[in-house]
Ligand binder design. Structure first.
Ligand SMILES: N[C@@H](CCC(=O)N[C@@H](CS)C(=O)NCC(=O)O)C(=O)O
Ligand code: FES
Length: 162
């Protein structure tokens, strides 16, 4: 059975704040960099990413939006989360194509070189290949069930109650 797709105004709203914060002008390198400033991931970017990762129990960093993915790997990941029945009210997506700092920063933050990237309860789970594999072997369903992030079977969602 196909669960309700992960399409909602909540997702679009969730994507905006981080996009604004990660693009802050002061992220640009100054000619007088200190040793700590030479880190690729600035404190500001790290904080913005931490905020994004904690913005919902299930967070996907992707190319495009859930409604309009811009890459097959991101599309497949969204489809899997939909098939699994993730509650749209417990899900947030961030479009890395809107923000180059986020696109590069999330790779360093997760120590993972590609997009998409899935987080559940602030823990990095993996990219598309891992999601496909976990979808097929049942471990993703188990994890989502244990985390309590699946939509109720009566078709309601926590989204409408917030
Ligand atoms: N095997 C990867 C597929 C994803 C992938 O290769 N992503 C590439 C192409 S979309 C990527 O993010 N490249 C770096 C970039 O575009 O910033 C996975 O399991 O997620
Ligand atoms: S954008 Fe080309 S493979 Fe993802």
């Amino acid at each position: 059975m196909f669960a309700r797709p992960l399409l909602s105004a909540t997702l679009r709203q969730a994507a905006r704040p981080v996009a604004r914060q990660v693009t802050a002008a002061h992220l640009r390198p100054s000619p007088f960099l200190t040793a700590s400033q030479l880190r690729l991931l600035s404190d500001h970017t790290k904080q913005a990413i931490e905020k994004a990762v904690g913005s919902a129990p299930v967070v996907l960093f992707m190319k495009g939006t859930p409604e309009t993915p811009q890459c097959g790997f991101s599309r497949a990941s969204i489809q899997i989360l939909g098939l699994q029945g993730v509650d749209p009210g417990k899900f947030a997506a961030f479009n890395v194509l809107e923000d180059q700092e986020l696109r590069s920063g999330i790779k360093e933050f997760s120590d993972w070189p590609t997009i998409p990237q899935l987080y559940i309860d602030k823990e990095f789970v993996g990219g598309c290949d891992i999601l496909v594999s976990m979808h097929q072997d049942g471990s993703l369903a188990k994890m989502l069930e244990e985390k309590g992030v699946l939509a109720p079977l009566d078709g309601s969602s926590s989204e409408s109650k917030e």
